[in-house]
Design a protein around this ligand. Structure first.
Ligand code: VG1
Ligand code: CO
Length: 543
C-alpha cells in the first residue's frame, strides 16, 4: 500500500447547494471528480490530520464506490478514524447522531435525498460539521473556493475494503470502523419516546403502514416499528434499500408516494401511514382518509410534543423555513415561546439549535426535526406522531381538525415547475425583483398586494447574513405567495411557488386545498409573468 499525491485540475461547478453538492451520477463518476471534491472539503476545514470522520450514504448507485474513494483520501490525509455504516449505509439523521455521539470532527454523507438514483439519475455528497449538522454557508463557500483552485490530492493505492464486515479494519494508518447503521439511532429514539405506550397502541389493534420507498429507512423502520414496537410484519413496505430505489422517486409526497395515499384513502386503509425519502430525513404523515401537510404537521408536533418523554419539559422555541406556512407561529405564540423564520435548508437551524433557542424545526418540504440531532429526521417525526396518538387516543383526523378548530387553518400548497430553462427562470426572477417596489397596492385577479420583498436573514446567533432567499408577496386578507429557485435540482431550473392563505377558527375550515388557494396562485402567476417567461401554464408537481 502506498500513499500517492496526484496532480489535478479543478472541475467547474463543484458548488454545494441547499444541501451539499448534487449532480448527475455520471458527473460524479468522472475520474478524479470525487477525489478533488473531497480533497477540497478537507483543505477547506484545515485538513483532517488525526481527525475522526463519519461516512455513510443512502445506498444509491455509486454509494459504495464513492465511499471507498473517500476513505482512501481520508487515510492519505492523515485521518485517525472513519466510522462507516455497514455496507456504506447511514440515514442522514443516523449519520448526524453518530457524529455527535462519537464526538467526530465531521462527516461525509452521500445522498441526493429525494432525487432518483441510478447511473443516469442523481448523486450527492455533503459535509457535516462536528455538531452533526450540514456545513454552514461560510464553510460551503470555503469548500467551493478550494474546488476552484485545487491542484493535487492525496490518496492510497490499495484494494477496496470489505464494507460488510462489522468491526475495525486498517487502511494505511487510519482505522475504519464498520458499525451497525441502526443500533445507535434506535437507542436514541428509545430515549425520546414512550415505546411502551406505542407498543400498547399497536397491540390494541391500531394499524400502520410505513413506506420506505426502497430507500435507506427500510432497515431502520423494520427494526423499530416491526421488531421493537410490534407492528405486524409487512407494516413496513418497500423496505429493502436498492441502488435505484425501485426506479422511483424516493420523495414522500402525494405524487411520488401515491400508492400509499390511495391506500389510506380507501376503505381498508390503516389508521396511520407515513413515508420517508432516499436518505431518511423527510416524512409524510397520513391518517385514515387524510393527508397532513408538512406545515400543519410541524405545528401539531409543536403543540403536542410535551406528551412525549423527550420533550416533557416543554420547547425552548420553534423555527421554520420562510416558505413554510405560519401555522407553527400560532402555536409558538400561544405557548409563549420563541419562533424563528430562516432561509430554506437545514443548515440554517444549526446555530439556533446549538444555542438552545429552539427545540423543534421544520420545513414545508416534509422535513421536521428537533435538537436530538442536527438534521431533519423522518422516522423521528413518525415516532413522535405515534407517541402523541398513543397519548391522546384519537385519530389523525381528530388531531388535525382539533388543531384547526383551536388555531385556524393555514391552507398551504407548493407548486413546482420542473426543468424550466435556467435562463428563463433567472430572467423571470430578476424582472420580478426589479418590479417589487411597484407591486404594493396592485391588484392581480381577485387579490390585492399589500407588500412584497426579497427575504434576507440575519442569523441571530453569529450575525451572518444570507441575502436573496426568495421573493415574498403578501395579499389583502393575509394570503402569501413565495417564489424561489431550487438549490437541489440537477437539470435546468426548478421554480417553486409557495401558496398560503389563513382561515380563522370561525372561518371556512373544510375547503379543498387547491380551491382555497386558486386566487392566490393566479395572482402570483400574473404578477411574476410566469407563463410569459417559462411557457408553463400549470405546475408539474403540487404538494
Ligand atoms: C429542497 C427543499 C428544502 C430542503 C432541501 C434538502 O431544497 O425545498 O426545504 O431543505 O431540499 O432536503 P430546494 O433548494 O430544492 O428547494 V433533502 O431531504 O433533499 O436533503
Ligand atoms: Co432527504
Amino acid at each position: 500500500m502506498s500513499k500517492v499525491t496526484r496532480s489535478c485540475t479543478p472541475f467547474s461547478g463543484q458548488k454545494p447547494g441547499t444541501s451539499g453538492l448534487r449532480k448527475k451520477t455520471r458527473i460524479f463518476m468522472e475520474p478524479g471528480y470525487v477525489e478533488t471534491f473531497v480533497q477540497s472539503v478537507f483543505n477547506a476545514i484545515g485538513g483532517v490530520q488525526d481527525k475522526t470522520l463519519v461516512v455513510g450514504g443512502d445506498g444509491r448507485f455509486f454509494n459504495a464506490e464513492a465511499i471507498q474513494t473517500i476513505l482512501r483520501i481520508a487515510a492519505a490525509n492523515g485521518a485517525a478514524r472513519a466510522i462507516v455504516g455497514q455496507n456504506g449505509l447511514l440515514s442522514t439523521p443516523a449519520a448526524s447522531n453518530l457524529i455527535r455521539k462519537r464526538k467526530a470532527n465531521g462527516g461525509l454523507i452521500l445522498s441526493a435525498s429525494h432525487n432518483p438514483g441510478g447511473i443516469d439519475e442523481d448523486f450527492g455528497l455533503k459535509y457535516n460539521i462536528s455538531n452533526g449538522g450540514p456545513a454552514p454557508e461560510s464553510v460551503t463557500a470555503a469548500i467551493f473556493e478550494e474546488t476552484s483552485k485545487i491542484a493535487e490530492y492525496h490518496t492510497l493505492e490499495t484494494d477496496d475494503l470489505d464494507l460488510e464486515r462489522l468491526g475495525e479494519q486498517s487502511l494505511g494508518s487510519m482505522t475504519v470502523e464498520l458499525v451497525d447503521p441502526v443500533k445507535d439511532y434506535a437507542e436514541l429514539m428509545r430515549q425520546l419516546f414512550d415505546f411502551g405506550k406505542i407498543r400498547d397502541l399497536i397491540a390494541g389493534g391500531f394499524t400502520l403502514r410505513f413506506d420506505a420507498m426502497h430507500a435507506v429507512t427500510g432497515p431502520y423502520a423494520k427494526a423499530i416499528l416491526e421488531d421493537e414496537l410490534g407492528a405486524p410484519a409487512g407494516s413496513v413496505i418497500n423496505a429493502v434499500p436498492s441502488v435505484d430505489f425501485g426506479k422511483g422517486h424516493p420523495d414522500p409526497n402525494p405524487i411520488w408516494a401515491k400508492p400509499l395515499v390511495d391506500l389510506v384513502m380507501s376503505e381498508h386503509g390503516p389508521d396511520f401511514a407515513a413515508a420517508s425519502d432516499g436518505d431518511g430525513d423527510r416524512n409524510m404523515i397520513l391518517g385514515k382518509g387524510i393527508y397532513v401537510t408538512p406545515s400543519d404537521s410541524l405545528a401539531i408536533l409543536a403543540a403536542n410534543a410535551q406528551r412525549a418523554p423527550g420533550y416533557a419539559a416543554g420547547l425552548a422555541g420553534v423555527a421554520r423555513s420562510m416558505p413554510t406556512s405560519s401555522a407553527c407561529d400560532r402555536v409558538a405564540e400561544k405557548l409563549g415561546i420563541g419562533c424563528y423564520e430562516t432561509p430554506t435548508g437545514w443548515k440554517f437551524f444549526g446555530n439556533l439549535l446549538d444555542a438552545g433557542r429552539v427545540t423543534l424545526c421544520g420545513e414545508e418540504s416534509a422535513g421536521t426535526g428537533s435538537d436530538h440531532v442536527r438534521e431533519k429526521d423522518g422516522l423521528w417525526a413518525v415516532l413522535l406522531w405515534l407517541n402523541i396518538l398513543a397519548e391522546r387516543a384519537v385519530s389523525v383526523r381528530d388531531v388535525l381538525e382539533d388543531h384547526w378548530a383551536t388555531y385556524g387553518r393555514n391552507y398551504y400548497s407548493r407548486h413546482d415547475y420542473e426543468a424550466v430553462s435556467a435562463d428563463a427562470a433567472q430572467e423571470m426572477m430578476a424582472d420580478l425583483i426589479a418590479r417589487l417596489p411597484e407591486l404594493e397596492g396592485k391588484t392581480a385577479g381577485n387579490c390585492q398586494v399589500t407588500a412584497a420583498d426579497q427575504f434576507s436573514y440575519q442569523d441571530p446567533v453569529d450575525g451572518s447574513v444570507s441575502n436573496n432567499q426568495g421573493i415574498r408577496i403578501w395579499f389583502a386578507g393575509g394570503g402569501r405567495g413565495v417564489l424561489r429557485l431550487s438549490g437541489t435540482g440537477t437539470e435546468g431550473a426548478t421554480l417553486r411557488v409557495y401558496l398560503e392563505r389563513y382561515a380563522p377558527t370561525d372561518g371556512d375550515l373544510g375547503v379543498e386545498t387547491q380551491a382555497a388557494l386558486k386566487d392566490i396562485a393566479e395572482a402570483v402567476a400574473e404578477l411574476s409573468r410566469l407563463t410569459h417567461y417559462t411557457g408553463r401554464t400549470a405546475p408539474d408537481v403540487m404538494t
